[in-house]
Design a protein around this ligand. Structure first.
Ligand SMILES: Cc1cc2nc3c(=O)[nH]c(=O)nc-3n(C[C@H](O)[C@H](O)[C@H](O)COP(=O)(O)OP(=O)(O)OC[C@H]3O[C@@H](n4cnc5c(N)ncnc54)[C@H](O)[C@@H]3O)c2cc1C
Length: 431
């Protein structure tokens, strides 16, 4: 299977990246390097940390390494929902003050992402299209109710939709009930991360195809082994999400849960005419087992679903299951094959909290995206650089949670399997 111990090496290419023109990657690191700061992981979190670190210490020698290439790796594999407000899983109607502060932080981070994308001059498909949330089972309806209570308590705009209204907007009669919330952008994620990476200051050295294999603490800092060379850094930032545990940080708090996506070819106009009135929309499930859906502006459908623990599911099974999910939601679709199918790893923590802060002297970590780390990762990466500079920052563990302890293997794996079986039984109508 396709996972190297310390970094991801996916079996399938990112569909979003495949839709973009080819891009020349920065060279891999070939010789020993000495820097003030090394950042591992050039994703939403790592790029944000690198840019903020540079703005606070313009003279610092900063290197940013990634096991993959910008756009091809995990940051360009998501469904492209950039939420200005809390995910349904995080929404708590009983903690409105705290949630409002989180929402303010993520909303202003999103405004920064938009401004950055515009400054980059890259053509990125990104729109404030909002998002639907919809339920197809009792369990889904319960969590929809909780989310509605949160939106009301936080005085956030939304529109309630019955099954018929949803069907007329998105062309699917699969759901019993839903709501529409405008506080979400839909982006081509690989294009977005390429745009953000292009804004890295020249003095930040970017090395792609350069995985960190091992970290060693030494006097005056850290030594990091990569395939062809060693990097000596005074300070180290881990922004490699689930894989930080493979480098020894957050082992008792993080797991890599793989999830998968499929993107159809551009659909015929006659098919699109039968897919409701909205032409560019996204839908998030209210139940963890449900499927994320998108209709892209260029007339494709995307489905994101399924989970697997610590390793990828074979691609044939992924393609079959994703196809089945899409057909169930859109029985009117003619026979189709996905143009692209891929998977990615989510840094999952038991209680949804983050692994964030200074873990050892000079070692800073921001990991555990829990499936919603595009905007949140951008924020937490920036706050990590600020905290490393001794600046006063919002209380991240209090606001976004602190990852809780998980039992070691094999109990962890059994626990995950047991929870997945129970949830599958409870939410089978969402599958
Ligand atoms: C199919 C799918 C759909 C998703 N949909 C959404 C969505 O719509 N919205 C949302 O907010 N989130 C979504 N997520 C989660 C989303 O991908 C993450 O929240 C986001 O990418 C987190 O950003 P990050 O920079 O913290 O970490 P990542 O994106 O995981 O980036 C970590 C980087 O570290 C690199 N790396 C890992 N190990 C090493 C190593 N040892 N050495 C060097 N580099 C290393 C990786 O190559 C990667 O580039 C989805 C995830 C998947 C898989």
């Amino acid at each position: 299977m396709s996972i190297h111990k310390t970094f991801p090496n996916y079996q399938l290419k990112s569909g979003w990246n495949a839709l973009l023109p080819a891009r020349e990657a920065s060279p891999a690191l070939g010789k020993e390097l000495i820097v003030d700061v090394l950042i591992i992981g050039a994703g939403w979190t790592g790029i944000s940390a690198a840019r903020r670190w540079h703005s606070l210490s313009p003279e610092a020698g900063i290197a940013l390494i990634d096991a993959s290439e910008i756009g091809e790796g995990n940051p360009g594999r998501n469904s492209g929902f950039l939420l200005e407000i809390a995910l349904a899983e995080d929404a708590n109607p009983n903690q409105v003050e705290k949630m409002n502060l989180c929402n303010r932080l993520t909303t202003s981070t999103m405004a920064g992402i938009l401004a950055d994308i515009e400054d980059s001059g890259h053509a990125v498909d990104i729109t404030k299209a909002g998002t639907y949330r919809a339920a197809a089972s009792e369990a889904g309806l319960k969590s929809l109710q909780n989310y509605r209570a949160f939106l009301e308590a936080a005085e956030l705009e939304y529109e309630g939709l019955d099954a018929a209204a949803l069907k007329s907007r998105i062309g699917s009669g699969f759901y019993q009930e839903g709501l529409y919330s405008p506080n979400c952008y839909l982006a081509q994620p690989a294009a977005a991360i390429r745009a953000l990476a292009s804004l890295l200051p020249e003095s930040v050295q970017l090395f792609e195809n350069t995985p960190a294999l091992k970290l060693v603490q030494q006097s005056g800092g850290w030594k990091v082994q990569t395939p062809n060379a060693v990097i000596n850094a005074r300070k180290l930032v881990l922004a490699n999400n689930a894989f930080s545990k493979e480098l020894g940080i957050g082992r008792s708090r993080l797991v890599a849960v793989h999830t998968y996506a499929g993107l159809t070819p551009v659909l015929e106009k006659s098919v699109l005419d039968d897919l409701g009135s909205d032409e560019n929309w996204g839908l998030l499930p209210t139940h963890r087992l449900g499927s994320t859906l998108r209709r892209t502006r260029d007339g494709r459908l995307m489905v994101r679903a399924m989970h697997s623990y610590e390793k990828e599911t074979p691609k044939e099974k992924v393609i079959d299951e994703l196809q089945r999910r899409l057909e169930k939601r859109f029985p009117q679709l003619p026979n189709f094959d996905f143009e692209h199918c891929w998977g990615g790893a989510v840094g999952f923590t038991f209680n949804g909290g983050a692994v964030w802060g200074e873990f050892k002297p000079g070692l800073y970590v921001s990991a555990g995206c829990n499936g919603g780390g595009t905007v949140k990762g951008t924020l937490l990466g920036k706050l990590l650089a600020e905290t490393a500079h001794g600046l006063e920052v919002p209380d991240v563990p209090k606001l976004f949670g602190q990852a809780s302890w998980m039992p070691p293997e094999p109990f962890r794996k059994f626990g995950f399997k047991l929870a997945a079986t129970l949830e599958t039984r409870q939410g089978r109508h969402e599958l």
